[in-house]
Write a protein that binds this ligand. Sequence first.
Ligand code: SMO
Length: 770
Amino acid sequence: MKEVNQPKPKLEGKGLMLGRPVYADDLAPQNALIVKVLRSPYAFARIKTIRTEKALQLPGVACVLTYKDLPRNIITRAGQGYPEPSPYDKFVLDEVVRYCGDEVAVVAAVSEAIAEAALEFIEVEYELLEAVLDFEQAEGNRSVLHPEPEAHSKFDIGMDASRNIAASYRMNVGDVDAVLEQCEVVVRDRYYTQAQAHVMLEPHAISCYLDMHGRLTVVSSTQTPFHARRVIGMAFDIPRKDIRVIKPRVGGGFGGKQMTHGEPLVAAVTLKTGRPAKLVYTRREVFESTFSRHPMRFDIALGATRDGRIKAIDMNVLSDTGAYGEHALTVVMGAGSKPLPLYNKVDAVRFNSVVVYTNHTPAGAYRGYGAIQGLFALESAIDQLAEKLGISPAELRRQNMIAEGETSPIFKIMGEGGEGVAMTMDSCKLDYCVRRGMELIGWDRKFPRQTVGPNKVRGVGMALAMQGSGIANIDMASAVLKLNDDGFFNLMVGATDIGTGSDTILAQIAAEALNVSTDQIIVYSSDTDLTPFDKGAYASSTTYVSGNAVKKAAENMKRLIEIEGALKLRVAEGEVEFDGTTLRRKDGKGSISLKDLATGLYYHANQKQLVASDSYVGQKSPPPYMAGFAEVEVDLETGKIDLLHYAAVVDCGTTINPNLARIQVEGGLVQGIGMALYEEVRYTEQGRQLNNNMLFYNIPNRLDIHHVTVEFAESYEPSGPYGAKSVGEIGIDTPPAAIANAVYNATGVRIKDLPITPEKVLMALKQRRQ
Ligand code: SMO
């Protein structure tokens, strides 16, 4: 392992530092029309009349498009690997608008000022409809967002659009009611999680132009270029062969760029005018008109024996998908259920999940995708159970949690191990993660409540998490390697680096398999014309699924090199060895450098281009694990919570690049801390976002994060490339529950709805005193 498990710098790091043009906005043609979108000021309304004549008369306006100008094709914008079962409920433009910020019309003009002015000249008369803003009142509400048959799915996903249900799902192992009945200790409670915004640094940006053949080219800050191509084709009845989607560098995605956003809008302008066009979202548009995290309500029952054996888990979930439900199916199955296998020794599990439509900004993929919400509820309830049992929360978890070599009955139902296959945990160092995390936080000294001053208390709390590495039997990735005449390799992958450094990871894997240096791998990624297919960046799939594809392609390339080397050195196949720079006859009677071999193949005898490829479909989805520990100090007078220390120990298999893995976990932790303590997308009673800007939407900053420790367990996943699993999402998952548990440990009050604000803590303290 000379190239993997090494802290190589990011391939693109230098270019980024030098500010070289690399993002979608930088790469837009100079003469691109500027696209602006007229957005709904109402949460739910029908467009009675819309007049665009005045806007069109403005000099410099190239086109104005409304729903009347576009084909009436219904689409699903989800980017995950298996989009067909998603609800289909969205027209690119529609005569009904379903949330504040929904698209009403599109303007393209020669300058931003003219495009913005033109928006003002579009005359719209709305008929207001009764908005559904409380997700607990959405099901069966007399106001219906998507009358059938417009909203539909091609599969049975438990959709009932007439009752505002986008999808629903149930699963059952054993008889939960009967097992709970027999349990000596039962905890039942209700928890809420909030809408969270992604706040990626780079807003969504798209540019489109027609190439010399008249094909539509789309440069987009997308996580899923191949799916963006599919959606654009679907929207305009264009064959996919006539569309090319290129993903340049992306400044953060977190799931928020997994769905297509303005791509069809910009494409519509270019298709209509024949001219290049670009749309860069404003920060307000990113907040209001892209996707946020599904708010959820959990009703949980946990049952255990007196000596602390967890026997039953019953989980009921209600999720708010907002105005459109592209992610309703995946969230309905994944939400909450994903972490259930953590406690695999149960006799019975019931999981019941419903996703409803409301007139909120749509909810979609967001790092941690359902698992983080479920973990807040589950890991809060585990602490409540521990207290009732009189066992330490660490001990209760260690007694019941999954271990290496074990199987979870729950995976069988979830299909995570493949269709009906109960996945066995080939790599799971959770016990090490817990023990090491306890040391890092000083658990044994600190778990008894500590008082610091007259009004200050300190506490520690913990939570476990598991995630997944791609979606088994669905996620596919592929890779092509080309040997150049100088002995360097081009690696072409569809895998989509959104700022995580995954291009570097894949280069390291290719280099390791070829036994060459990472510097010899030139990566070109994410272009639907020039790279082979990849599912895209989601579900923590890139290292595991794309990495396996790259490894296979590189192994194929190494074989080709050895065959050509044998031919050149005049021995039989298998009689040469490649040490990374030189091919040598095993009998020691001759050698040739890779560079000379490569040059020879281009210009001398046996001339040919060596190209190798392969693809990989996830056979299973081996979960990374984490134990997270928080130490907080709470001011009893103000309710202010200081996070003194967060320690996380992660089992993501063997890290391909320890630096990049650490950065993934640290970034995830900060986002998880934001969800725990600060962030919430809030709405007025009319359904308008209250805090649609960086001033009022509170993400944690450097002053909030005092001390974060990240360590990795030594772990090896046999099915992963060089033992790796994944690390994209796991980092975000533990902070909400660990911090809630720490606040409880410090204060004796438990906050069951996120975020844990000073106001809520004060209120709860006050109630307890009464
Ligand atoms: S949250 Mo993701 O794009 O699986």
